[in-house]
Ligand binder design. Structure first.
Ligand SMILES: *Cc1c(COP(=O)(O)O)cnc(C)c1O
Length: 397
């Protein structure tokens, strides 16, 4: 089986065909099920000594143990690879599992990474703890300053970026930055969680590896923590050979099944997030009590390579608005981290700045104490705006 709703992706010649594996024992079409089964098993048995031997010798590709290869997980990986325009992809147990899995195989003591500033805080902390102890140094640069990146790059093994960044929504010229990294022989990695492959496909812009927190838009229902890395076969194979077996943060079959379900509605959800968030951002921008709105869609045009905007953006309240009262009065927007689900969420910057976590360099995340990050969910623009107006009335004298 190479296509159809069960499969959801067309594998390349050298890709493992997960759907045919699932259907191998129950007829050509897996009972014609419109939804693929959850192959909820840790191990797979062999019918003979010879079959086991040829599998161990690498002459035959088939699942042995679910930390390596699981058919349900493989369906998700193939779907995601296709969406990102990548040759291959690997599912991880979380976005951080994907980030550490994408970075660790490419660095050793004495190496240096160049990263854009205002990274996702836990990626920053991975660099500042485990990588620091491994004697891997990280140079942070303003991703909008190509000259600074060009200057920082000689000798770097890896270039790590996020665009837009997940609090200040700073956008970068991904194509130009990926070209700089390539010229210097550095592997480039981008966190594409904010835009999702619907609105940005960094592989097509020259980036080597794309990582996602699939807990956000790919899952889309706030019911799964997962990650994925997509890229060319030779790089993904490095991860398959080292990160997955030895770091072990493998995506589970049930979580993969939830992600497959999430991906079915990704385009519809993303367009709804985009529409509502952009409208709310524009209305906020028009308010006297708002000093600034950080949303990539508010300028004249989107940065090259970004074809749409998601539901996550920030804005800054002027003095005089009681941020605590505003947050407590909201009813549709819930106080909560993460984003990408159906529900609207709010995070006040002044709370994040007091987070107890090491290293904590909240300033380097670019968080203004009077900033607010909103995730605009799917409840409907007018209902959400009414919620904001009511909360504002309670929070201003
Ligand atoms: C949430 C998030 C991550 C981490 O993903 P988990 O699935 O929570 O491990 C990484 N990058 C960005 C931009 C995120 O928002």
């Amino acid at each position: 089986m190479t296509d159809g709703p069960l499969h959801g992706a067309t594998p390349g010649d050298d890709l493992f065909d997960a759907a045919s594996l699932i259907s191998a024992h129950d007829g050509a079409h897996a009972f014609e099920a419109v939804v693929p089964p959850i192959v909820q098993t840790s191990l797979f048995t062999f019918s003979s000594y010879d079959e086991m031997l040829s599998t161990y010798r690498g002459e035959k590709l088939r699942p042995v143990y679910s930390r390596g290869l699981n058919p349900t997980v493989r369906i998700f990986e193939e779907m995601l690879a296709k969406l990102e325009g990548a040759e291959d992809a690997l599912g991880f147990a979380s976005g951080m599992g994907a980030i550490s899995g994408a970075v660790l195989p490419f660095v050793e003591p004495g190496d240096r990474i160049v990263a854009v500033r205002h990274l996702y805080p836990d990626a920053f902390r991975l660099f500042g703890t485990i990588l620091k102890r491994m004697k891997v140094e990280v140079t942070y640069v303003d991703g909008r300053d190509e000259e600074a990146i060009e200057k920082a790059m000689p000798g770097a093994k890896l270039f790590y970026m996020e665009s837009p960044t997940s609090w200040t929504m700073e956008t970068h010229d991904i194509k130009a930055l990926a070209a700089i990294a390539r010229r210097h022989g550095a592997v480039s990695v981008i966190d594409n969680s904010w835009a999702s492959p619907l609105f940005q496909q960094p592989i097509r812009l020259g980036v080597d590896l794309v990582v996602h927190s699939a807990s956000k838009y790919l899952g889309g229902h706030s019911d799964v923590v997962a990650g994925v890395v997509a890229g060319p076969k030779h790089l993904v194979d490095r991860l398959r050979g080292e990160s997955l077996p030895y770091l072990g943060a493998k995506l589970s079959p049930f979580d993969a099944w939830l992600l497959i379900r999430g991906l079915r509605t990704l385009p519809i959800r993303m367009k709804a997030h985009e529409r509502s968030a952009l409208e709310i951002a524009k209305r906020l921008e028009a308010l006297d009590v708002v000093a600034d709105v950080q949303h990539p869609g508010l300028g004249n045009r989107l940065p090259a390579g970004l074809t749409g905007t998601s539901g996550l953006f920030s804005f800054i309240f002027r003095e005089g608005v009681d941020i605590r009262a505003f947050c407590d009065r909201l009813s549709l927007f819930k106080l909560g981290v993460s984003w990408g689900g159906h529900e609207s969420l709010i995070v006040p910057g002044e709370v994040v700045l007091q987070q107890k976590a090491q290293p904590n360099s909240a300033q380097t995340f670019g968080i203004d104490p009077r900033s607010i990050r909103l995730h605009v969910g799917l409840e409907g623009t007018e209902a959400l705006w009414a919620d904001i107006e009511e909360a504002l009335a309670a929070a201003t004298p």
